[in-house]
Ligand binder design. Structure first.
Ligand SMILES: Nc1nc2c(ncn2[C@@H]2O[C@H](COP(=O)(O)OP(=O)(O)OP(=O)(O)O)[C@@H](O)[C@H]2O)c(=O)[nH]1
Ligand SMILES: [Mg+2]
Length: 315
């Protein structure tokens, strides 16, 4: 509103005008938090009326991530027999660096996750459960690839996961494989009720790794549809999967998109963030010495507690 117009309004009219302006903005932003950021002034110049998730990426002072996307300590592993690390908390130096926003210029703000596996194993369901909190019992095959973006805050630093859902059907494989490149996390999914799909994970992983730098990705092996399996059968399937996960140097999880939100997503975010921040690069080279990836200024590699120094490493 141009200041000149106010001179033609009474104080009451001006106030009503201001309130309706705010009301419109509030409606556009879609949540009380959006407007609550600016209780004493108009919204910042340039803020647009984008709905939902898009809003936060546009607004400079927009609402931060939801509480369940805030990671302050390590999410617990599914089983200590196949996990990427056993620590519960970030290293003190990492926490301090993040707290003081002294993470250097190297750390990525965004990491790419690629989910691969046979058709019908439940890749899309897992992603939708986490990103949209929905479960659809009807099967709709993914055509080529699909994509979701999830925002986190890891140790106080904003961080996003770009999640690529790929098609399991053979006829779409060449389209999907074009998106494997540049992944920081590869999630290989199989159906706990169909052990053939576990056997196929080797091939899926090999294909995905071929498109990436050796040793550059965190690997997760995920057994889906846990709700459909009874105790003994589940144990047996898990034992086989854990064996394979160890061979692959992957972290293992059994999950159900039908009954639960999937915990490995925070694990992926945490791994990516701490790794891309360079805080814990420890990775064994062919000679067996730990190689240091450029990272947070003045932070030594941390290898003492890490379970698997040969994997890309978590802190
Ligand atoms: N009971 C149960 N059913 C599931 C679960 N996850 C997925 N499903 C069902 O399994 C079927 C296949 O799931 P999708 O997520 O579409 O499988 P997909 O791996 O994405 O398949 P493609 O896109 O063809 O590669 C659907 O009918 C889902 O409802 C689960 O955890 N429990
Ligand atoms: Mg799918």
């Amino acid at each position: 509103m141009a200041p000149g117009i106010l001179t033609f309004l009474t104080e009451k009219e001006a106030w009503t005008c201001f309130q309706s302006y705010c009301n419109v903005r509030y409606q556009l932003w879609g949540s009380p938090q959006g407007f609550a950021q600016f209780p004493n002034s108009l919204p910042p110049f340039g803020a647009t009326g984008l709905p939902g998730r898009m809003r936060s990426s546009v607004m400079p002072l927009g609402p931060t991530v939801s509480r369940d996307r805030v990671i302050t300590s390590f999410p617990k592993w599914y089983t200590p027999a196949a996990c990427l690390q056993l620590r519960e908390h970030f290293h003190g130096q990492v926490s301090a660096a993040c707290q003081h926003r002294n993470t250097g210029t190297v750390g990525l703000k965004l990491s790419k996750v690629v989910v691969v596996g046979d058709l019908y194993v439940g890749k899309t369901s897992l992603i939708h459960r986490f990103c949209r909190n929905v479960f659809d019992r009807d099967y709709k095959a993914t055509i080529g690839v699909d994509f979701e973006m999830e925002r986190f805050e890891v140790a106080g630093i904003p961080f996003s996961l770009q999640i690529w859902d790929t098609a399991g059907q053979e006829k779409f494989k060449c389209i999907a494989s074009a998106y494997y490149r540049g992944a920081q996390v590869i999630i290989t999914a199989f159906d706990l009720t169909d052990m053939q799909t576990l056997e196929h994970t080797r091939q899926w992983l090999e294909d995905a790794l071929r498109e990436n730098e050796p040793g550059a990705c965190f690997l997760f092996l995920v057994g889906t549809k846990k709700d459909l399996l009874s105790g003994a059968a589940c144990k047996q399937a898990e034992a086989e999967a854990v064996r394979l996960a160890n061979e692959m140097q992957a972290e293992y999880w059994s999950v159900s998109a039908k009954t639960a939100v999937w915990p490995p997503w925070p694990s992926s975010a945490r791994c990516c963030r701490t790794w891309s921040g360079g805080a814990v690069p420890g990775r064994r080279s062919a000679t067996g010495t730990s190689s240091v990836r450029a990272g947070m200024e003045g932070h030594p590699p941390e290898t003492q507690d890490s379970k698997r120094p040969s994997s890309p490493g978590c802190c």
